[in-house]
Design a protein around this ligand. Structure first.
Ligand code: ZN
Length: 73
């Protein structure tokens, strides 16, 4: 029993003419743009285990302070 992720569309050109490549596990080739790519399952997200109900935009309130003393002149 082997779980293999099959892409429906080419991530580069969006074509559906994909065929499994023999370059390696999870490798696919696109016949439309002649690109070869590989899918890799990284793992489950920690936040995916929780019940996500609210879809709020991520507000990044980060101030990048650069402490750099620099003499002008
Ligand atoms: Zn393609």
């Amino acid at each position: 029993m082997s779980e293999r992720a099959a892409p429906f569309y080419c991530p580069y050109c969006g074509d559906e003419d994909l065929r499994p490549s023999e370059e390696g596990h999870g490798a696919w080739e696109c016949a439309a743009c002649s690109r070869a790519f590989q899918l890799k399952f990284l793992g489950l997200l920690a936040k995916g285990l929780q019940a996500v109900g609210t879809t709020t935009g991520t507000t990044t309130t980060g101030n990048t302070t650069t402490d750099r003393e620099r003499g002008t002149g």
